[in-house]
Design a protein around this ligand. Structure first.
Ligand code: G3I
Length: 335
C-alpha cells in the first residue's frame, strides 16, 4: 500500500469507517484499513441469517473474529443489523410449515424470537459494539403511512421496532441505537422517516440516532439534498451517521464500462469532496461516516443490480488512492 499519503482518518472530524468481512483483515487489505480508517461495520457477519440460521442456534464465527480484530486495533464497531426484512431466515416468520399471522399468539411468538435474538447479540458484544443498527430499512415512502410492508410489519405493526429498541437498550444501556435507511436524501423518504422517528421518540422508544446509508451515484442526488436531510433530522436532536456511503460510477442501471474513464474517476473525486464538505459543515451532527467497502476489488455494486465493473470507493482494486480519496483528504490534489 502507499505509505507516503495522509491517513484519511486523521483528516476528518468524525469516525471514518469501512464495511468489511474477514478478507479485509488480512495482509495488505488490513494494512490499508488500519492506516486510513477508525471504524468498521461487518458487511454481512452479524445479520440474522449469519447469526441465528435456525431457532436458538447461534453462530458467531465471523462476528466474533471481526469484533476481536476491531478491539485489538482500537476500531469503533457498528453492529449491523438486528431486524431487517432481508437476509432473515424463513423460520423466523413461520411456525412449522405455517406462516405466522397478525393473530395475538403469532405476534407474541415473533416478538419473543426478536427479543431473544436482540438480547443474545447485544449481550454477547456488550462494551465492544458501540453502535447498533437496530432496525434497517423499515420505511416505504410509497405507502400511505410511510411504513414498509415487511413480514415484521405485517405481523406486528410497529411493535417489532419498539421491541427491538427496548430489548437492545435494556441489554446494553451504553450502546447507541440507530434506525438505518437508504434514500433518506430524497424528500419523500426523508419526510416519512422523519415522521416515524418523531413519533417513536415521543413515545419514549430509545432511539439515539438515524443512519443515512447514502448509496449514491456519480450524478445524483445533489449534495444539497444530503445537507437538507441532515438539517431536518438535526431538529429531532438525534445523533446522525453516514452508514453505507458509496458513489456508483454509473448514473443508471444499464450502462457499463470496460474500464472506468479517468474523467469519470475525477468527477467522482469532486462528488466525494462535495459530500465531505457537507459532512464537515455538520460535524456536530455527524459522529461517523462509513464507506460501504474498503476498496473497489470488493463492492456489492459490482454484482448489483447487474454484474458489471464498478468503482464506487476511495481506493482502487489494487488498493491505490483514487481521486475519490483526494476528494476526502485534500481536494487541492484533485485532477
Ligand atoms: O457467501 C456466499 C457465497 O458462499 C456464495 O458463493 C456467493 C454466491 O452468490 O454468495 C455469497 O453470499 C453473498 C453475500 O453478500 C456475501 O458476499 C450473497 O449472495 C449476497 O446477496 C450478499 O450481498 C450482501 C447484501 O447486503 C445482501 O442484501 C452484500 O454483501 C452487502 O454488502 C449488502 O449490504 C446491504 C446492507 O446490509 C443494507 N443496505 C444495503 C447494502 C447493500 O445492498
Amino acid at each position: 500500500i502507499q505509505t507516503d499519503i495522509p491517513s484519511a482518518k486523521d483528516e476528518v472530524p468524525f469516525t471514518l469507517g469501512a464495511a468489511i468481512s474477514r478478507a479485509q483483515t488480512i495482509g495488505e487489505h488490513s494494512d490499508l484499513l488500519l492506516k486510513h480508517f477508525s471504524g468498521v461495520t461487518p458487511g454481512n457477519a452479524l445479520k440474522w441469517d449469519a447469526t441465528e440460521p435456525s431457532e436458538g442456534e447461534f453462530t458467531f464465527g465471523e462476528g466474533d473474529y471481526l469484533v476481536d480484530y476491531a478491539v485489538e486495533h482500537g476500531l469503533t464497531f457498528r453492529g449491523h443489523t438486528l431486524a431487517w426484512h432481508s437476509q432473515t431466515p424463513d423460520w423466523v416468520f413461520k411456525d412449522g410449515d405455517r406462516d405466522l399471522t397478525a393473530s395475538p399468539a403469532d405476534k407474541a411468538l415473533l416478538l419473543t424470537r426478536l427479543t431473544n435474538h436482540v438480547r443474545t447479540l447485544v449481550g454477547r458484544y456488550k462494551g465492544k459494539i458501540a453502535v447498533w443498527d437496530v432496525v434497517n430499512e423499515v420505511v416505504d415512502e410509497n405507502q400511505p403511512d410511510g411504513l414498509r410492508r415487511s413480514k415484521w410489519f405485517q405481523i406486528t405493526g410497529l411493535d417489532f421496532i419498539r421491541t427491538a429498541f427496548r430489548a437492545a437498550h435494556e441489554t446494553d444501556p451504553a450502546a447507541k441505537l440507530f434506525i438505518n435507511d437508504y434514500n433518506t436524501e430524497f424528500p419523500r423518504k426523508r419526510e416519512a422517516l422523519y415522521a416515524l422517528v418523531k413519533k417513536l421518540k415521543a413515545e419514549g422508544v430509545p432511539i439515539d440516532g438515524v443512519g443515512h446509508q447514502l448509496h449514491l451515484n456519480i450524478e445524483q442526488p445533489p449534495a444539497s439534498e444530503v445537507e437538507a436531510t441532515i438539517e431536518k433530522f438535526a431538529t429531532l436532536h438525534v445523533d446522525q451517521q453516514i452508514t453505507e456511503l458509496d458513489v456508483s460510477v454509473y448514473p443508471d442501471f444499464v450502462s457499463t464500462y470496460d474500464e472506468v474513464p479517468a474523467e469519470v474517476l475525477a468527477e467522482q473525486g469532486y462528488r466525494y469532496k462535495e459530500l465531505f464538505d457537507v459532512f464537515r459543515r455538520h460535524k456536530s451532527q455527524i459522529s461517523s461516516v462509513t464507506v460501504w467497502g474498503l476498496a473497489d476489488d470488493d463492492t456489492w455494486l459490482s454484482t448489483f443490480p447487474i454484474t458489471r465493473l464498478n468503482a464506487p470507493l476511495l481506493f482502487d482494486d489494487e488498493l491505490q488512492a483514487k481521486p475519490a480519496y483526494w476528494g476526502v483528504v485534500d481536494p487541492a490534489k484533485l485532477p
